[in-house]
Design a protein around this ligand. Structure first.
Ligand code: HEC
Length: 440
């Protein structure tokens, strides 16, 4: 191994340990408030062969088009290749979120005055640090889970997304469900963005109370009296929160914190954050279930031992334990509008991407990632079990407390939307929707 890359690896490892992502932390994290298993999966052993397997993510596909001369990325003086990459991958600029905690690998460049910007769509996440020689990318591969790349910001005729496994030092740990995956954290920080490790939230996802979210992040948008940890920099700001709740809440202009002109967009949208938090964990969950299933299928020829994993998965997919909203959330209109527009609609115009944002995130609480290639690529025996369970719940055959938040009309609406928009559903679904429509 070349000295340089050895140094890089050692550094990555040190950093991973610093952030508590190492193996030692796994046992402790597994006890955290979470329904699924989080131990590190043997993703580089034969059955999964993560590093050795070629990737087919949207980034790999774009690279092929760049190499073939079908797409040319343009570099601009302010943001390097960022805007061109966002456009080529169909990632909306309006998804911009800003994180100032020194939690990721370019920590020396990240601070409250120079936060890192993140952008995403359903299948790819882009990280941009002003002044950095690299763009960071995590993409979703239907079979492998998260795949990581960097792109040099240096001008060249055919820029390259270089796949790298160094990132899994942090991006494959108990905090990503033990698979190569996506991370979202929330920490109290000091004035420089250094985190107080004792204040860390392991998994920020739709189950996390708003009060625990967004430590180390900027947040723009309104949320009424609901408290959160966003826009709080240093101990004083956190202390002041106790006597002056929301002194940095309901912020719509970050001008008092940063020079917003250094970023493509001015804000760090609250709705973009909430969708990302649902999505990252859903992606990790899909990967975890796929990996577990592959290992079990290869060892036993069946996946019958995955009952509790599939149950936990269905709970997450149907937002059964989503943190409730007690006041309306409002972010920038264009993020929400674009997001909703992207999904399939049923014959009555309803979509799983429609927002509620008054008492919950989505109007029809079933993850839109049910349409993703990764979901479709789950091994058939697992998909059959998932469909059967979802069907039981949505038709009210399962009316246990676990899904009590889903009212009979919500269940029926989701069932109808899915029957109309997901062609690969088992035939008993459509039959049942047709029969109940006839009864009306
Ligand atoms: C030291 C730990 C660490 C390393 C190493 C690391 N990351 Fe991350 N990454 C994080 C954390 C923590 C987050 C959550 C956001 C934040 O706190 O900045 C994150 C978030 C991201 C995101 C946003 C979406 C997602 O997948 O969570 C991208 C993109 C990303 N990292 C890319 C990379 C790439 C590419 C590499 C390797 C070149 C890398 N990261 C290495 C810690 C790390």
């Amino acid at each position: 191994m070349k000295a340089e890359s050895r140094m890089k690896r050692t550094w990555f490892r040190g950093m991973a340990r610093f952030l508590g992502c190492g193996l030692v932390a796994v046992a402790a994290c597994a006890r955290a408030d979470f329904q699924g298993a989080t131990h590190l999966m043997p993703f580089d052993e034969e059955t999964l062969a993560y590093s050795k397997s070629p990737d087919t993510s949207s980034v790999a596909r774009l690279q092929k088009r760049i190499d073939a001369g079908e797409v040319t990325l343009k570099k601009d003086a302010r943001f390097g290749y960022l805007l061109s990459v966002l456009e080529a991958l169909g990632v909306p600029r309006a998804s911009q979120m800003l994180v100032f905690s020194k939690t990721s690998f370019q920590r020396d460049r990240i601070a409250p005055s120079t936060p890192r910007a993140l952008y995403y769509n359903d299948g790819v996440y882009i990280g941009y640090v002003a002044g950095s020689p690299l763009l960071e990318v995590s993409a979703v591969d239907a079979k492998l889970g998260a795949v990581f790349y960097t792109m040099e910001q240096k001008e060249t005729a055919k820029p390259r997304f270089v796949r790298t496994d160094n990132c899994t030092e942090c991006h494959a740990s108990a905090k990503t469900m033990g698979v190569p995956g996506h991370l979202v954290r929330s920490f109290q920080t000091d004035e420089s963005g250094m985190v107080d490790l004792l204040t860390g939230v392991d998994f920020v996802n739709h189950r996390t109370a708003l009060a625990d979210r967004w430590g180390g992040w900027y947040v723009t948008g309104t949320h009424g009296a609901q408290l959160h940890r966003g826009n709080l920099i240093g101990k004083d700001a956190f202390d002041r929160q106790l006597t002056q709740p929301n002194h940095s809440g309901n912020v719509t202009d970050l001008g008092r914190f940063i020079d917003t002109g250094r970023y493509p967009e001015p804000g760090s949208d609250i709705v973009a954050l909430m969708v990302m938090e649902h999505q990252t964990h859903m992606h990790n969950f899909i990967t975890r279930l796929a990996y577990e299933a592959k290992i079990q299928l290869s060892a036993y020829g069946h996946a019958n031992y995955l009952k509790s994993a599939t149950e936990a998965f269905v709970k997450y997919l149907l937002f059964a334990e989503e943190a409730p909203l007690v006041a309306p959330i409002r972010g920038r209109a264009d993020f929400a509008a674009n997001f909703s527009k992207a999904g399939p609609r049923d014959r009555r115009g309803r979509s799983l991407r429609d927002f509620d944002l008054n008492t919950r995130l989505f109007k029809y609480p079933c993850s839109y990632l049910v349409y993703s290639d990764s979901f479709d690529a789950l091994p058939d025996p697992v998909k059959e079990k998932l469909y059967r369970r979802i069907y039981e719940i949505l038709t009210g055959r399962d009316d246990t407390d676990a899904y009590a938040r889903l009212t009979p009309s919500m269940r029926r609406e989701i069932l109808e939307i899915l029957a109309d928009t997901k062609p690969s559903l088992p035939s008993y679904w459509r039959q049942s929707v047709r029969e109940s429509a006839r009864k009306d």
